[in-house]
Design a binder for this molecule. Sequence first.
Ligand SMILES: Nc1ncnc2c1ncn2[C@@H]1O[C@H](COP(=O)(O)OP(=O)(O)OP(=O)(O)O)[C@@H](O)[C@H]1O
Ligand SMILES: [Mg+2]
Length: 300
Amino acid sequence: MLNKPAPTSGDRPFLQVEGLAKSYPGTSGPVFDEVNFTINRGEFVCIIGHSGCGKTTILNALAGLESASAGHIFMDGREVAGPSLERGVVFQGHALMPWLTVRKNIAFAVRSKWPDWTNAQVDTHVQKYVDLVGLSAAIDKKPAALSGGMKQRVGIARAFAIEPKMLLLDEPFGALDALTRGTIQDELLAIVRETHQTVFMITHDVDEAVLLADKILLMSNGPQARVAEIVRNTMPRDRQRATVHHDPQYYPLRNHLVDFLVARSKDLSHGRAPAHPPIVEPGRGALADTPPTVTLKAVA
Ligand SMILES: Nc1ncnc2c1ncn2[C@@H]1O[C@H](COP(=O)(O)OP(=O)(O)OP(=O)(O)O)[C@@H](O)[C@H]1O
Ligand SMILES: [Mg+2]
């Protein structure tokens, strides 16, 4: 990526992605191109799209772990140019160090962020986040002695413990059974609400997106995948998993996402999605200030 001056206006969104593209040598076209979206401070954003459209690649670019072929990412007024402890990542696998206990896995990250802290300071901080994800009893166990759900919680605690400006989650609940998934979703939601954390999360689960996200980015299929549409979640922010399906907005929203994945994402491959995605509120139609290029299908 070429260097570009950071946007200076005070009204800029917290995260701004401009014209992001990724191509691999020897392949016919870009995996994705013209990916444009923004995230406000404290917003919880989910991205949904078919396997292979480039979601993990985008997340890695946001993390500064992978460079894009074109485009720019600005976070908090500065261009993302490499990895930073300002961004906490929970990877698609657990990515824990198997030879270290839960306590030491998290302490390793905490020490990287605050190298001047004493051992006692680090340990108090680690315990706080282990408590938060309900793993106090397992704090001195190694990953091999934990269930899949417990390992996921360690990954989440580690990412939260460095108190990042932005949390990047790559299908953090992908490998969990429905019951555990629900419990950890509730925990994550409670922590995010308490800390006003900004989150970018990849999920394949429509219900998860509807419950957790303020805004859902719908990604078309590749090649030349794009963020085709931005769906605003119009339900109250204090929605609960047990009752959310009673909200009149729930089914229009859910159906809209399913409809996109089943039908529209394929039609919008090969760069047929707009470069600047419209913002929509399913059941209410496209917002007035969005480009008129996409006609929404009727939703139930
Ligand atoms: N080194 C590479 N060379 C060529 N193509 C690659 C390479 N690495 C990744 N790709 C391609 O990039 C595309 C995007 O991969 P990515 O992992 O970002 O997808 P994803 O949307 O996260 O998929 P999933 O939902 O399965 O996790 C895939 O189609 C993949 O085949
Ligand atoms: Mg992926």
